[in-house]
Structures are given as C-alpha cells and as structure tokens.
Design a protein around this ligand. Structure first.
Ligand code: 5GP
Length: 261
C-alpha cells in the first residue's frame, strides 16, 4: 500500500491517502491540546502509545462484532484504516460524573451514575464542541434516527466491554468519547466505529487509588503523561515487562528531550 498525500490534519492525528481510494493511513502525532486548543504542547511518545492502545481496543471490539475502521497497525505511529464519512457528532459516554458535566449541572465530582449516560456534542472546534440533543442531530440531518439508534446500541456494548476489560486490569472507565462514520459496504452505507480509543479520549482512574491515568494529567497539570499511558498499555498486556523496549525508549527519549530544552 503506497502512502499518498495528506488529506487532513487534526489536533492529534493526520490522515494520508493511499493508492486505494477506500483506505487511508492514520498517523498519531505527539501533539497534546486541551481546552479547545488553548493549551498545547508536544509530548514525545504519546502518539506511539495511543497507536498501540487504540489498536488493542479496536481489534478486541471487532472480535465481539463491533465493526470499526481499523484494518491493521502498520508501524509505531501509523494504522491502515477504512475511509469513512465521519458523523459530525462526538458521542460522550459517562459512567461516573466528572469533567464538564459536574460544572455544567453542579453534580458532585465522582458521582457513580445509575446507568451509562450518553451525551452528544457537535464536532466543531470553532464553536467549542457544544452540547446538543438528539433532536438537533435530526433537525440538521447530521444523522438519521436509524443511525442514532444503531450508534446507541453499539455504544452500550462498547461501554460494557470496555468497563470489563479495564476493570480486569485494575482501572475504572469513568467516561470516554467515540466517533462513528459511514462506510459503503456493497453499495450500502453502514455505520462503523472510527477515530481512536485511547487515554486521550477516555478518563481512566486506578481502581484503588483513583490515580488519573489519562489526558487529565496534561489538562490539569497532574504530572507526566507518558508513565501513565505506559502503565495503561502494560496493564492491558500490550507492553510486557521484558519487551517494553518501545515504551522504555519513549520514556527515556522524552526525558532526554526535556533535559535538552
Ligand atoms: P468532558 O466533557 O468531561 O470534558 O469529557 C468527557 C470525556 O470525553 C473525556 O473522557 C474526554 O477525554 C472525552 N472528550 C470529550 N471531548 C473530547 C475531545 O474533543 N477530544 C478528546 N480527545 N477527548 C474528548
């Protein structure tokens, strides 16, 4: 598969064309942004870890029948993925209230929700990804009722699976963001899971200590991010104690880079 021209550059990823018009390459950058791009930095090695963690989660999801865009990981930073038409909605799933919902609704931080709560935000950086309702999605044709119902079903299965997967390795899945896209299969548009699932897009707390193992470390200046993401990858069995050369190198590299600055 030949890598072609850059099609799109987002905050954390770049999409490149390939010689197959239905397949693209997703490149994971080291850039970290928060608060709608107001806080920015580069964290050496973040892209490598997110590439591995997202590959692990998406390939596990495809094994339980959740169709997604991942074809295969190509190297440390790139994945081959199916080209989809992204639904312009960020689907937020919350198991425990924290982050924006606590401020918006005055809910106590850490409140365990009786059932998973799905929220919708318009995918629009200029507007700061505003919260929207299902009615907005239908009114402005961002997705059809059939598509939303299918997405909701998929979300609940993904959430159940991921809660169990993380619980098994001593991590609480607090909340996360998903994106879905339309993919033409036999001339018909099918909804599949897209984007990435990683500590950049999930809140992950250690089950015993509530230590934050996700992007909140960067958002809230809680300390280094790479050791936390490496911890998530190790617990998921992606990086083994003896063979975690890439993670060790990534960590060493980032501390060398920091010392040089
Ligand atoms: P909140 O609405 O509390 O800021 O975020 C809820 C969850 O969705 C968190 O796990 C957060 O990481 C994820 N999330 C929401 N919007 C975005 C976004 O634009 N980018 C990323 N990477 N994650 C997001």
């Amino acid at each position: 598969m030949k890598k072609g021209k850059k099609l799109y550059e987002g905050k954390a990823k770049i999409i490149y064309a390939t010689n197959d018009k239905n397949i693209v390459i997703q490149y994971f950058k080291d850039d970290a942004t928060a608060f709608n791009n107001q806080k920015k930095t580069t964290i050496e090695g973040k892209g490598v870890l997110n590439n591995r963690i997202s590959e692990h989660i998406l390939s596990n999801l495809s094994q339980i029948g959740i169709e997604n865009h991942l074809i295969k990981r190509l190297n440390m930073r790139e994945q081959l993925i199916k080209l989809v038409e992204i639904i312009p909605v960020e689907f937020i799933i919350r198991n425990v209230a924290t982050g924006s919902i606590t401020k918006r609704l005055g809910i106590e931080d850490g409140t365990v929700l009786k059932e998973p709560l799905i929220e919708y935000c318009l995918k629009n950086d200029k507007l700061g990804d505003p919260l929207i309702s299902e009615e907005h999605i239908l009114a402005f044709d961002w997705a059809t009722k059939i598509e939303i119902d299918k997405v909701k079903k998929m979300i609940l299965r993904i959430n159940d699976f991921m809660i169990g997967m993380f619980r098994g390795v001593g991590i609480k899945l607090i909340d996360f963001k998903l994106e879905f896209g339309r993919n033409k299969i036999d001339g018909k548009n099918e909804i599949i899971l897209a984007d990435e699932i990683s500590p950049d897009t999930c809140r992950l707390w250690d089950s015993i200590t509530d230590k934050k193992l996700d992007k909140d470390r960067f958002r809230k200046d809680l300390g280094d991010l790479i050791p936390a993401y490496t911890e998530v990858a190790k617990r998921l069995g992606i990086l083994h104690e003896q063979s975690n050369i890439s993670a060790v190198n990534v960590t060493k590299l980032s501390s060398i880079q920091r010392k040089k600055k």
